[in-house]
Design a binder for this molecule. Structure first.
Ligand SMILES: [Cu+2]
Length: 113
């Protein structure tokens, strides 16, 4: 009986780590002149290095979503209205995301440590 209980506890502790999902970040640009990057509804400002899934919603044919930083330079096409998913490994450093045609004010950044 005690062994069964112990096995159950060990299994319960081991499973979350084994099944830990890659964290998802939600990037949105448009339809207005806004660009955001959020995790669980909160604006992203700091992340730990590692693998992330970026779900990008490019909702406008006059904007794009362009992510740049150490090891990464990815963007959606300005003309396209698309949902894309990028699986990305973030490294230590500063990353920026901009809408290229309006980069002076449609922009954001976060740091990875
Ligand atoms: Cu724009």
């Amino acid at each position: 009986m005690k062994l069964v209980a112990l096995v159950a506890i060990v299994a319960a502790l081991a499973v979350p780590g084994a099944l830990a999902a890659t964290p998802t970040l939600n990037g949105t640009v448009g339809p207005g002149f806004t660009i955001t990057l959020k995790q669980n509804g909160q604006k992203v400002s700091k992340l730990k290095a590692g693998k992330y899934v970026f779900k990008i919603a490019d909702k406008s044919s006059i904007h794009n979503f362009h992510l740049k930083g150490p090891g990464i330079d990815k963007k959606t096409s300005k003309a396209a209205v698309v949902n894309v998913t990028w699986t990305v490994t973030l490294q230590k450093g500063k990353y920026t995301y901009v809408c290229d045609p309006h980069a002076s004010f449609m922009k954001g950044s976060f740091t990875v440590s």
